[in-house]
Ligand binder design. Structure first.
Ligand code: SIN
Length: 303
């Protein structure tokens, strides 16, 4: 008698939970859940950081995918200065646009103010940020500058290495080598009703469905429900079915996820390739404001 391969997620979780963990000399790293996420202590982001601190943060994000820095009384300039240690700052096409806010005109900061009159909040579907770019940003760093009076407004994150590794071997082989189209119109026009500036178009790009992380060599699923429109090598019906399965696979496995609770003066830094995230809008009609800086490396994840 044969059985469904429903144990694969446990094997993937076992491999992940028993991986070799790095040691840190200068920063303190305390995981917040087995799947992903760690709080980083013993660091003040207002100060100049040493090469060892920067290398250890890079190590910590490779290992934990999402880093939470508490009690960091930093402003927008310090936020950007910290992000620049890890790559070039990305300029979001909607930064400073009225789709989100009239508050920031800085093209390197995507700022939003969600409140009673908002029709949507940024990132309310599971997604990788701006995966429609030809070279999708590697990391994002977010501060929530106004917390809702009701509490709530967490950000949920999912580990896409685990999502890939939990699939059966024949299904992994089927996905390896496929490519999917990610389209800014899907995320921003369908999602928010946003239009590109006159004479410009939102980007659309094709990326591997299964990508390899250049830092760790580990594979991950790289499709998301906000931007991915179709898998290029399949019929429409096949593509719709497979994408629906993959989105649901990522969303329903709570064991692959964590939730970050925002406190005043928190900064969250995530690997935008190997994770998806989703803003939880459970605080209506209260206000929640965010400022996001993203880091671009001049290349995307590898095939
Ligand atoms: C986002 O960056 O997509 C928004 C996340 C959040 O506001 O929690």
């Amino acid at each position: 008698m044969s059985f469904y391969q429903d144990y694969n997620d446990k094997l993937a979780i076992e491999q992940w939970n028993t991986r070799a963990r790095p040691e840190y000399k200068e920063i303190r790293v305390r995981p917040i859940s087995p799947a992903l996420g760690a709080e980083v202590g013993n660091i003040d982001l207002r100060e100049d950081l040493s090469p060892v601190q920067i290398a250890e943060i890079r190590q910590a994000i490779e290992d934990n995918l999402v880093l939470v820095f508490r009690d960091q009384k930093i402003d927008a300039e310090a936020h950007k200065r910290f992000a620049r240690h890890f790559g070039t700052l990305h300029r979001h096409l909607l930064a400073g646009s009225r789709e989100f806010t009239e508050r920031s005109e800085d093209p390197e900061i995507l700022a939003w103010q969600t409140g009673r009159s908002s029709r949507y909040t940024a990132g309310e579907a599971w997604h990788n940020d701006v995966s429609c770019d030809a070279n999708p940003i590697w990391a994002s760093l977010l501060r929530v500058t106004r917390l809702p009076d009701s509490g709530g407004g967490d950000t949920a994150f999912a580990n896409l290495h685990l999502a890939y590794e939990a699939l059966s071997d024949p299904f992994k082989q089927f996905l390896d080598g496929l490519t999917a189209v990610h389209d800014g119109r899907e995320g921003w026009t369908q999602g928010y009703g946003a239009q590109p500036a006159a004479g410009r178009a939102f980007p659309a790009s094709e990326h591997p469905v299964v990508a390899r992380h250049p830092y760790t060599g580990r594979k991950f699923l790289f499709v998301n429900s906000a931007f991915t429109t179709h898998i290029a090598q399949l019929t429409r019906a096949e593509s719709d079915g497979i994408l629906q399965f993959l989105h649901r696979h990522i969303e329903k496995h709570i064991a692959f996820q964590t939730r970050v609770r925002w406190l005043p003066d928190t900064l969250v830094f995530w690997d935008n390739w190997a994770t998806q995230h989703r803003a939880v809008w459970d605080y209506y009609p209260f206000e929640r404001w965010g400022e996001r800086v993203s880091v671009y490396l001049g290349h995307g994840p590898e095939k």
